[in-house]
Ligand binder design. Structure first.
Ligand code: DX5
Ligand code: ZN
Length: 221
């Protein structure tokens, strides 16, 4: 299975975002992970569709848009039009609205020709999103509570990664993308991949590195 490294631009200098995107592409990144926060689902506010639209022409890499927002369905159109290649939405934000909202939002994302994924927080069983696995191009398991870069990886998530991979295999999707986000470092990447994840988000581990290309290679393994 192809291992992909997705640097999170949350850890970049927002006043020089274009340079940051070009730099991680040059350093060998596979995806650009865009953390969208609304100040409600999570405390901070980061950016909206305009940022995605502005970085779209600067890179050939896929833009992996992680929506940490309430009412995600209302924002899909903006991010799809801006050029997102994949949009992930939180189980928790959807569940508050209605039991079907997550499945509906995933279908809605696909209706724009954009790939879709469901996200669970560290304290939510991965089984809760098993019903939507068949709809998802990717599932995202948070390994920190969302909101901030630079937090410590929660090791209990390794067991959830294993369960997610086993379930993907059991439904005939052995190559499904399983993404892990939060606290990924050069030291724990091996264990995360061994558990069954193949898409590793890394914010501080890439943008904080002296040598971004070494960091990305080391995380990819
Ligand atoms: C956290 C974000 C992450 C974050 C990861 O809410 O979803 O993508 O940027 O940053 P690090 O790799 O520093 O934990
Ligand atoms: Zn993220």
């Amino acid at each position: 299975m192809q291992i992909k490294v997705a640097p999170s631009i949350l850890s970049a200098d927002f006043s020089a975002m274009g340079e940051a995107v070009r730099a991680v592409e040059g350093a060998g990144a596979d995806l650009i992970h865009c953390d969208v926060m609304d100040g409600s689902f999570v405390e901070p506010i980061t950016f909206g569709g305009q940022m995605v639209k502005n970085i779209r022409p600067l890179t050939k890499l896929a833009l992996d848009v992680h929506l940490m927002i309430e009412h995600p369905k209302t924002q899909i159109k903006f991010f799809a039009d801006a050029g997102a290649d994949i949009i992930t939405v939180h189980y928790g934000a959807c569940r508050r609205i209605s039991p079907d909202y997550l499945a509906e939002t995933l279908e809605y994302i696909k209706s724009f020709g954009v790939k879709c994924g469901a996200v669970v927080n560290p304290d939510v069983p991965v089984e809760n999103i098993f019903p939507v696995f068949p709809q998802c191009d990717m599932v995202l398991l948070m390994s920190v509570f969302p909101g901030y870069g630079g937090q410590k990886f929660i090791p209990e998530v390794l067991e959830k990664i294993k369960k997610a991979r086993e379930y993907a295999v059991s439904i005939g999707r052995p190559d499904m993308d399983i993404e892990v986000d939060g606290g990924v470092t050069l030291n724990n990447a091996e264990a995360i991949k061994k558990a069954g994840a193949n898409v590793l988000v890394a914010g501080s581990a890439v943008f904080g590195a002296d040598d971004m290309s070494y960091a990305i290679r080391k995380i990819r393994g």
